[in-house]
Design a binder for this molecule. Sequence first.
Ligand code: C2E
Ligand code: CA
Ligand code: CA
Ligand code: CA
Length: 279
Amino acid sequence: AKEGGRDGYRFYQLEMQTDADAKLQMETDLRHALSANEFKLYYQPQVDEFGRILGAEALLRWFKKDGEMVSPSEFIPIAEMTGLILPIGEWVIKEAFGQLKKWKQADIAPDFRLSINISPYQFDQDNFLETITSLLNETGVSASYVTLEITEGITVKDIHLTIDKMHALTDLGFKISMDDFGTGYSSLMYLKKLPLSELKVDQSFVRDLHVDQSDAEIAATIIAMAKSLSLDVVAEGVEKESQLSFLTYHGCSVFQGYYFHKPMPAKEMDDLLFRNVVV
Ligand code: C2E
Ligand code: CA
Ligand code: CA
Ligand code: CA
């Protein structure tokens, strides 16, 4: 047993080392990814209960030279640890604004809104407001069609500073959405104080709500709470008809999930928007 334990330990160390090596390798690769043009934005439609497209969420994709696709949940944490999230996040905003501008100019998306994920690390930068304002001016897109998705990870150390920053953003015309709601630690008081327009019910509550009574209750409670705070509510990770009908019954009216559409390249979104306008 002793031997086994030691082997187990050695194996563990080896695994840790491999893990650290992999992270280092990913950091090196990430540093090149921007200049090598390896990032792409995909778009996942947000729809009403009838499937009509109201907007989309921009989701980052990394295609390495060898064709391998790395998931954002793998590389975003490393980008955040290394600070690379700042140039990457800026690229995302610029790319998303540029694409939105094209859709608006093509006149296939008059009321269409675009949601962009903002890392807490990015949001907390002193110059975030300047950065996003200059990207807005550069691309000439209207902030009133853009929703910024933040998470409960944003700093609440100086809540007044955070509130001021959010107000400056909403003054520019942006809407602010609280993403992954229910998975973090934000108190109800902050929810009331922050100038939010939207809550996103995290997919961890949506996934099993048709079989798990407590997930169902949490999802219903979040929807009710959002409504009582006059916030829009978006359910993500909707994969089944039964989830859709439960959420609709409880008052949710915007949905995102594989049941309707998977995230897709801009080109595919073009076609979808075109059909959406025509019908
Ligand atoms: P998120 O913001 O919660 O995005 C929703 C995730 O759920 C996306 O994963 C989406 O593809 C996935 N999803 C949507 N519908 C369904 C469904 O019906 N079933 C299932 N199983 N999954 C569904 P994705 O694209 O892999 O992104 C993962 C996370 O990476 C995002 O979670 C977000 O936290 C982060 N991320 C993605 N793009 C960006 C970005 O541009 N900037 C930042 N800071 N983070 C990003
Ligand atoms: Ca999101
Ligand atoms: Ca989310
Ligand atoms: Ca998530």
